[in-house]
Design a binder for this molecule. Structure first.
Ligand code: BGC
Length: 448
């Protein structure tokens, strides 16, 4: 009973919030373009292809960044990696907001994309290593909450500056969280895991004690002495393989079940469903953003109580059902179509927000051995961004060739596959220390 009432220490909450500003930057910078693109198109006379490039180049930057971030995190430290990413955000944003040619605009977008990719893996990684096992789920998911708030903030800022045709200010707003995070990072320490890997045991112990409520408890961190263990080869070693595949799989399923076609194309979907004015479509989109935030708060509360797997299962079943109904609504286009389309899109996002949204990032931050955690997370995150790129690039073409209903049903079918994957391949990690999770994989591969 007593354990349930335990709260995390103020110290852990503070460091988690600073790292989660990375999530805010991730969410803000991926979404701000949706409002800015109209004005950029006018100012720079962009062709359709150039518009697509401006929007999607960030995803290419992010997938490269994820990989690089993993390397940096293992070699140079978690904190250094976070610092590096805030500097990239600041430089990239300044380049974008002061650009007067398409070329410079592209350069800025690539730099911000790299920063997004790095921070998307480094922030959950940092928080996971700074959390006690009983609250790790909620603390790491603060990052997902910040992503959803960032997305909503971008909608609001775009809406505000749209009237005055001010795309530069839309991007400039992103400097604020980047600067806050940069300053905040001076006040947070390196994680115990990384310190130990560099032989700084005493410092690691001091930090671990600050994380734990019950000071007599211990966070045991084992870093193999054999230097070879942390070489690239070892990431693909037999004992690590199932964990690696589980992380890659959950990252891919987070994307290929279609979340970003809703996040990126919601106004378009609402227009296809019969909303006449762009304004009502945009308002309905804001509704989607709000549900995303609110349901992520619910997830934070449930994730360490119910566990990761039950949330994934409930969420996937709900997402599949919502997509199925959405497909039906488009098939029998009637007057009530827009009501049904709004309700099913909202419920789809709600189910994503309590499951694949936070849990996919959480799982990849906790299932890997400490010696290779950064790089393995980087690889899983690479697949997350690559799948995001493929899905967002193919959506409109698929709708044009297969029809809207079939496309939504296709995502529903993929969701069912995801459910099977979760049941078979994802272990429950609730309440376990990162080291206990490591042992689980060792045992499970030894059995084979
Ligand atoms: C995903 C993003 C998505 C966001 C929506 C994140 O977990 O990685 O691709 O846009 O959730 O809330």
């Amino acid at each position: 009973m007593e354990q349930k009432k335990q709260k995390f220490t103020a110290f852990t909450l503070f460091v988690a919030i600073i790292a989660a500003l990375g999530g805010l930057l991730f969410g803000y910078n991926t979404s701000v373009i949706s409002g800015a693109i109209l004005f950029l198109t006018k100012d720079f006379n962009l062709t359709v292809f150039q518009q697509e490039m401006v929007v999607s180049i960030i995803l290419i930057g992010a997938l490269v960044g994820a990989y690089v971030g993993g390397l940096f995190a293992d070699r140079l430290g978690r904190k250094f990696t976070l610092f590096f990413t805030t500097v990239l955000f600041l430089i990239g944003t300044i380049i974008i907001m002061t650009s007067h040619s398409i070329f410079i605009l592209f350069i800025g977008r690539i730099i911000v994309g790299l920063a997004i990719g790095i921070v998307s893996m480094a922030a959950p990684l940092y928080i996971a290593e700074m959390s006690d096992p009983k609250h790790r789920g909620a603390l790491v998911s603060l990052n997902q909450l910040a992503i959803t708030i960032g997305i909503l903030l971008a909608y609001a800022v775009d809406y505000y500056f749209a009237d005055v045709n001010e795309w530069r200010s839309m991007f400039a707003f992103g400097l604020l969280p980047a600067f806050l995070m940069f300053i905040g990072l001076f006040f947070i320490p390196e994680t115990p895991t990384f310190l130990i890997s560099r032989g700084k045991k005493e410092r690691a112990l001091i930090i671990s004690k600050k994380i734990l409520l019950n000071k007599s408890e211990k966070i045991v961190i084992t870093i193999p002495k054999d230097k070879k263990v942390s070489s690239w080869k070892n990431i693909f070693e037999k004992s690590v393989r199932p964990a690696l595949y589980a992380g890659i799989g959950i990252s891919i399923f987070q994307q290929i079940t279609g979340i970003n076609i809703v996040i990126y194309y919601a106004p378009k979907i609402f227009q296809m469903a019969g909303f006449e004015t762009a304004t009502t479509a945009i308002l309905a989109t804001a509704g989607v953003g709000i549900i995303n935030v609110l349901m992520t708060v619910v997830a934070l509360w449930l994730i360490d109580v119910l566990g990761r797997k039950p949330l994934l299962k409930i969420g996937l079943i709900g997402m599949v059902a919502s997509l199925f109904i959405l497909g039906l609504a488009f098939m029998f286009a009637t007057k009530i179509l827009h009501i049904i389309s709004v309700i099913s899109l909202m419920s789809y996002v709600a189910f994503f927000a309590i499951s694949l949204g936070p849990v996919a990032w959480l799982i990849i931050s906790e299932i890997y051995p400490s010696a290779i955690r950064g790089r393995a997370m980087g690889i899983a995150t690479f697949f997350n961004w690559a799948s995001n790129y493929i899905i967002s690039l193919t959506f409109l073409t698929l709708v044009a060739s297969l029809g809207t209903s079939v496309v939504f049903w296709m995502y529903a079918a993929i969701g069912l596959l995801g459910l099977w994957f979760v049941v078979k391949k994802i272990p429950e990690t609730k309440g376990k220390t990162l080291e206990e999770i490591q042992k689980y994989w060792k045992k499970s591969t030894a059995k084979r």
